[in-house]
Design a protein around this ligand. Structure first.
Ligand code: ATP
Ligand code: MG
Length: 761
């Protein structure tokens, strides 16, 4: 099992049972070591498969871990505690739903659902959503939860914050009333369950003999506490990670956890792996050079003995359309040369970039899969269908209710809904329950909707999961609605795909079955004897067979919330892989295209002015580069359509950080330093020969004069509505002059200088 591993890897796999940290760069075999250690612990009898808890970052990574494990050992992987933090917490909460104060069929709100729940709350409470923007509140609430804070734990040091805490409290009450749980809540609830309930906590502490964590650099404060709590005094934590790949700080991840873990737990047991087995030399050297521009690193060195390989190729195209076309032509050539489609990945910084590449691939008839992002389960029509299904499962789910009560239109107006909402609040009941209180025609229409839902619930009882979904698509009126919609064809395709997804899901659930002897009973813990009503087989208690204890529909809905589209990639393997750089973490491909290397895009404009933002972007670029085994292409466009606007940007500063010796420019590498541009010191202007030169931003050295004011790149400005910002791009002259301004609060705006009332700071 450990043959073929290098001595450091072997040492890590066979460590004694103590806390340890493997700190190593990309492609050095961290994940392989972690998986091999699991197999080794089982093989040598130090642990039973069910006494291991392994956490990874994405569902895809968790699946891969199980696949690797079953390739090494002849064991059933079903029922193992291997998954994402969210997946594992979900499982804990389903098993102990009563102790956690939840109904067994609690629904999971994804981030869009959460946002609409917050909007609804603000409206109902008459709270000014300009003062308390829903997105900010979402960030506030999730941030608090990620720190493990409930409203009562939080200090209100000014009136604004006091109000935010109030809104958090009201939001939480709303979730409780509706029986829904957001992503951050999954973690916090599961943590609180373990903290408060000693028998449950001790049970799991006894049960897990070893805890293993991949991508440790991206754990947040709460996840870290959850892990150390579960470990208790007995179970060693084996953590692997790479501080240079910490890319989730914006979601509360704290790379400081690594230092803390080293100091408090893994003292003296830090293993470093330095040989990279993934990428060829030029690629690795580019990655090393790029990341060396970051400060405050834990410090690592990566080398490879696989030779230089091919240089990293860089190409600049006039537009994003041509960029996409070039990529697709190159992909075609590689496929003709015998490359496998699933070994080719196109990575991008922002989801919005995928459409252009998708379009080009589509026209070239090359199959592709989009991971994450415009996720299947996030599409409008799918969310509508899921909302109906959720209502069948739990009619008190107000978010789902509001999504479809008048979709397709059935004459239920805003006034009726407002009335319904008021009545529900007055009586402290769900919207569904409040229907009989609504008088008049509106009340009649609502009652008809309730009737329809009830009928569907009744008919659903005799149907299999895919049949049930088909039934709902017909009887909800969704299919008819989209049939009459001009752009409905795609949506109908997607709805059909939902039936397929359910069929696949059902088949997988049945096929895997349950391993014999897994359902360990846990007498006396958690649930009272009366639990038999919900759970006649006592399955929930074992914590192992939770999916089986849920109805197929509830299990599928959970799957839909948690996996949000990842399964489409699972199904069709032989396709080009499209995903954001974030989603590519931990994965590897023979050929990788990293696209959109433009200032404002990569590094992303939102991060540039933020403290530490640029370093996080650089780590993201490091992750992107290190996904490639043999061929790496870096592409950029001089102009790009994003969110309906054409934008022009400078070359990304990251291009300048790749050493000449390891790259090859396929387009002219005309570089012009921009003097005096303090803010954009490292960026380049576009070659003067480019096809769209007249429209390109003026170079910074001269700037633009409008009236009495002189603007340059880097000029600080204030706008009466948007607040303070910095000029990052200029174009045109005189009355036609335009500036791209990065505002501190509202992001990037393009303003006509002759019109905008700007003050130079
Ligand atoms: P990342 O930081 O990107 O998650 P990682 O450190 O987890 O990377 P792995 O994915 O475990 O790295 O390994 C990278 C590649 O190198 C894999 O294909 C793995 O099978 C291979 N590999 C790891 N160790 C060895 C070894 N000793 N001999 C040959 N190949 C190896
Ligand atoms: Mg890994």
């Amino acid at each position: 099992m450990i043959e073929g591993l290098n001595p450091q890897q072997q040492a890590a796999v066979t460590l004694s049972s103590e806390h340890a940290l493997v700190l190593a760069g990309a492609g050095s075999g961290k994940t392989r070591v972690l998986t091999t250690r699991m197999a080794w612990l089982i093989q040598t009898g130090q642990a039973s498969p069910y006494s291991l808890l392994a956490v990874t970052f994405t569902n895809k990574a968790a699946r891969e871990m199980l696949t690797r494990l079953s390739a090494m050992l002849p064991i059933h992987t079903r029922g193992l505690w291997v998954g994402t933090f969210h997946g594992l917490c979900n499982r804990l909460l389903r098993a102990h739903h009563r102790d956690a104060g939840l109904s067994q069929t609690f629904q999971i709100l994804d981030s869009a659902d959460q946002l609409s729940a917050i909007k609804r709350l603000l409206k109902n409470e008459g709270i000014d959503d300009e003062k308390y923007p829903p997105r900010d509140m979402q960030y506030f609430i999730n941030g608090a939860k990620e720190q493990g804070e409930r409203p009562d734990d939080m200090e209100a040091w000014d009136p604004h914050r006091r109000r935010q805490i109030d809104i958090y409290r009201l939001y939480q009450e709303q979730c409780e009333r509706e029986g829904v749980v957001d992503f951050a809540e999954l973690l916090l609830r599961a943590y609180e369950l373990l903290v408060r309930n000693a028998p449950i906590r001790e049970h799991y502490q006894r049960r897990f003999s070893h805890i293993l964590v991949d991508e440790f650099q991206d754990t947040n404060a709460l996840q870290y506490r959850w892990l150390t709590l579960l470990a208790g005094a007995g179970a060693p934590i084996f953590a692997v990670g790479d501080d240079d790949q910490s890319i989730y700080a914006f979601r509360g991840a704290d790379v400081g956890n690594m230092k803390d873990f080293e100091r408090n737990y893994a003292r003296g047991r830090v293993i470093r792996l330095e040989q990279n087995y993934r990428s060829s030399g030029h690629i690795l050297d580019c990655a090393n050079a790029l990341i060396s521009n970051n400060e405050d690193r834990l410090g690592k060195n990566l080398w490879t003995d696989s030779g230089h390989g091919e240089p990293v190729r860089i190409i600049e195209q006039p537009s994003d359309q041509l960029e996409a076309q070039w990529i697709v032509d190159e992909i075609k050539a590689q496929i003709d040369d015998g490359s496998l489609r699933q070994e080719i990945a196109v990575l991008y910084r922002s989801n919005a970039q995928s459409r252009m590449v998708e379009h080009a691939l589509f026209r070239a008839a090359i199959p592709y899969k989009v991971y994450g992002g415009l996720r299947f389960f996030e599409r409008q029509e799918i969310k509508h269908a899921l909302a109906y299904l959720r209502l069948l499962d739990n009619p008190h789910d107000d978010t789902s209710w509001l999504r479809v009560v008048n979709f397709p239109a059935r004459g239920i107006g805003a006034r009726t809904l407002e009335q319904l909402g008021d009545l529900a609040r007055e009586h402290g009941i769900s919207l569904f329950r409040a229907v009989p209180f609504v008088p008049g025609k509106g009340g009649g229409n609502l009652a008809a909707f309730v009737q329809r839902i009830q009928e569907m619930r009744f008919e659903a009882q005799s149907l299999s999961l895919p049949e049930l979904i088909e039934h709902v698509l017909h009887h909800s009126g969704l299919l008819t609605h989209y049939l009459n919609d001009k752009e409905g064809a795609d949506r109908i395709e997607n709805l059909k795909e939902l039936v397929n997804a359910a069929a696949m899901f059902a088949a997988e659930e049945n096929m895997e079955g349950l391993p014999a002897g897994v359902a360990v009973q846990m007498p006396g813990v958690g649930a009272e004897p009366s639990d038999t009503e919900d759970d006649p087989f006592g399955l929930a208690d074992s914590g192992l067979t939770v999916a089986a204890a849920l109805s197929p529909l509830a299990a599928f809905l959970t799957h839909a919330s948690l996996e949000a589209g990842e399964n489409q990639a699972q199904a069709g393997q032989d396709a080009i892989q499209l995903m954001t750089v974030h989603a590519a973490k931990g994965l590897e491909f023979d050929t990788v295209f990293v696209t959109g290397l433009e200032e404002g895009l990569f590094p992303h404009e939102n991060s540039i002015l933020e403290q530490g933002g640029l370093e996080e972007e650089r780590r993201l670029m490091y992750v992107a580069i290190t996904r490639a085994r043999k061929k790496l292409y870096v592409t950029l466009a001089q102009s790009r359509m994003l969110h309906g606007k054409t934008r022009y940007a400078m070359r990304s500063r990251f291009l300048d950080e790749l050493p000449d010796a390891h790259v090859k420019w396929l387009s002219p590498k005309v570089r012009q330093r921009m003097p005096e541009s303090g803010w954009h010191g490292d960026a380049y202007s576009r070659p003067s020969t480019n096809a769209i030169a007249p429209m390109a931003p003026r170079r910074a050295s001269s700037g633009v004069t409008v009236g009495e004011q002189h603007f340059r790149i880097g000029t600080g400005v204030a706008h009466p509505r948007f607040g303070e910002g910095t000029v990052i791009g200029l174009s045109g002259s005189g009355q036609d002059a335009q500036a791209q301004i990065q505002f501190r609060d509202v992001g990037l705006k393009t303003l006509a200088l002759g019109v905008a009332k700007l003050t130079i700071l």
